[in-house]
Design a binder for this molecule. Sequence first.
Ligand code: B12
Ligand SMILES: C[S@@+](CC[C@H](N)C(=O)[O-])C[C@H]1O[C@@H](n2cnc3c(N)ncnc32)[C@H](O)[C@@H]1O
Ligand code: SF4
Length: 619
Amino acid sequence: MSKQNIYLCQFSSCYPGARKILYYPYSVGLIWSYAKTIPEIDQSFHCKFFLEKKEFTEIIDRLDNPALIGLSSYVWNHNYNLKLAEMIKEKYPDCLTVIGGPSVPFRDKNFLQDHPYIDFAIYHEGELAFTDLLLHIKNDKPKHDIRGIGFIDSNGEIVANKAERIPDLDNIPSPYSTGLFDELTEEYKDTDIILNVVTETNRGCPYSCTFCDWGNGTLGKVHQMDICRTLQELDWFSENKIEYLHIADANFGLKRKKDLEIIEYAAKLKRETGFPRTINYTLSKKFFPEHLEIAKVLLDNHMMRHFTLSLQDRHDDVLDAIKRKNIDHDSYMNIKDMCDERNIPMCTELMIPLPKQTFDSFMDQIEFLIEHNIYPHFSPTTILPGAEMADPEYQKKYGMKTVLSAMKHSEYAEEYEEVVIETNTMKKEDMNEALILVWLIDVFQSYGFADIVCDFYCKTEQKRLRDFYRLLFKFFVDKPESMLFKYFDPVKDHVNTKDTYKLYPGKDTEGIIQEIGYDCREQFFKEFETFMHTVIPQEYIKDLLAIQKARQTHSYDKTEEIVKLDQDVYGYTKHESELAPATYKIKYKPIEKHFEYYCNFMVHGVMFKRWKPLEIVKV
Ligand code: B12
Ligand SMILES: C[S@@+](CC[C@H](N)C(=O)[O-])C[C@H]1O[C@@H](n2cnc3c(N)ncnc32)[C@H](O)[C@@H]1O
Ligand code: SF4
């Protein structure tokens, strides 16, 4: 008997770059590998995966008499999925269309009525529901009994059944180790496309922060996966030369010994085979000393992208409003000390705006973190459909206003994020300015283009970072002839013009960094000097500019620079030295040749301060 064809699609988010980066379709891989454990299903259906957005007709042309199409929905592909489902339904009216994933709006009772070309919605974890659905297709298992399913029944009534947690994750075979993705590996083998991987070592989160959609609607109890499964997957990642592994756990590190063992094994594989090359994970809010061991192993093996202990906010009233408890301040600073002892750079994540947060409370924490050498990575708050924050009552309580903003890089169908632009305590104008200031602090302070000058100004004038950067912005945003104008002008009203994404840290800062730091470095510092004349007394400008210019690694071969200062503005700023003549020797490790672009070197190294000289010594 021939099998029925089903197609499971998990279209990757995609950032343009020299090489396209996509992800193996892990989530739909899981639901199929679980369903396949039932012989009746394995014998009745044949499954094919899609992971790359293409012209709709190109996808549809590849379907062969489809019995079912399953779509995995996230903010970056939801509208694409809906459009594709509609077109498939038109061409193949008997093909069942099923949608799952965190962007299925389980609160929206009208979703299925509004999208009549979707037959079934699956809420939360998909393995049990999808298997039951295939059994329903195969032998008419009653669909009303299926857990976590939504559909419109023959009387026109909406059915939306509550989901149940899958009790034992180890009953789901790994789609990697069992070879489900081998066909995809073959398909992409000789292309320019990199396939990254996602996996879980556990699922669920015991906390319930109101902004969060982690694990598709916050799954409560944490279910573990057996370590042997993860180690086998790591073998697969190594054999298949995987560049980047994203561990999807909400709280990696909670199982301290197990998680350390996993990382040690991955590092061993990297030393032996070169792969997996890098790993990213989200650390649990609860801290254990093993977390630093994990970070150290990754750092020592050049596998780490971030060591991040997220805060989101440091103030109790905000934390109460978002139902979040962070570790206390003293413990946090203790961890920072431990990081310093081990030479581990520390980063934290913050969100803006959050209920009860104010302009000052947000800026205070940014300044605090910069002062303590903790890199602040911020995200503008978005409303995720599965999060408590999506509840209109919650938004009303905190005066939250939102706009739909088109996401960058959405191909073939426009995708939107619902971005929070105002709360009772943070007006739109404050949000506009706060984001500009953190962006300026990121580019000019954290990358070392203006930090010494800024610190000198703050110290001599008893001012704060925000005062300096406010002045910097004001100065150049009114000067169309300056090189910074073209970066400042488009974002001056970013909340209204929906240009906030231009202020995101990381990749989005590459353009400005390449220009001011490399391509037009001299011109930038010349223009910066004109600004300095408005904030720094004349007699310190020459020396400050000299040391500021020399403070970054900015050459592919230079190893040393001597800077003579008439007045030791550097020593004065750093450690209260007298403003007497001084000579500094600045030693660099030249930029490694594989960083073809200066901006790449800077952006990769911002957290690890790679651009910082090896030393600045007084001679
Ligand atoms: C890996 C990951 C990424 C990867 C992309 C992975 C990819 N495939 O393309 C990267 C790092 C690039 C990424 C980026 C972003 N991400 Co992300 N990411 C994740 C993460 C950590 C893991 C996803 C995962 O694999 N989970 C494990 C699987 C098993 O769970 P699942 O996907 O929910 O699947 C289960 C069910 O949903 C269901 N199911 C899923 N699909 C289907 C399909 C069918 C047919 C059925 C029946 C069932 C079903 O069954 C599955 C098994 O139980 C999640 C958090 C999390 N742990 O889920 C966030 C998450 C998906 N990301 C999120 C967000 C917001 C983003 C960003 C927009 C953040 C930002 N502002 O920059 C960006 C996107 C940027 C862009 N322009 O595209 C949100 C998404 C919310 C939403 N509604 O889509 C999540 C949930 C995190 C959060 N903040 O709460 N992300
Ligand atoms: C899910 S969270 C952090 C997980 C980790 N368990 C924690 O509590 O720190 C991962 C990051 O995604 C970002 N994030 C999560 N939800 C978001 C939202 N609704 N809007 C904007 N950013 C969000 C935040 O920066 C957050 O630190
Ligand atoms: S933010 Fe972190 S701790 Fe809070 S619910 Fe989400 S995953 Fe859990």
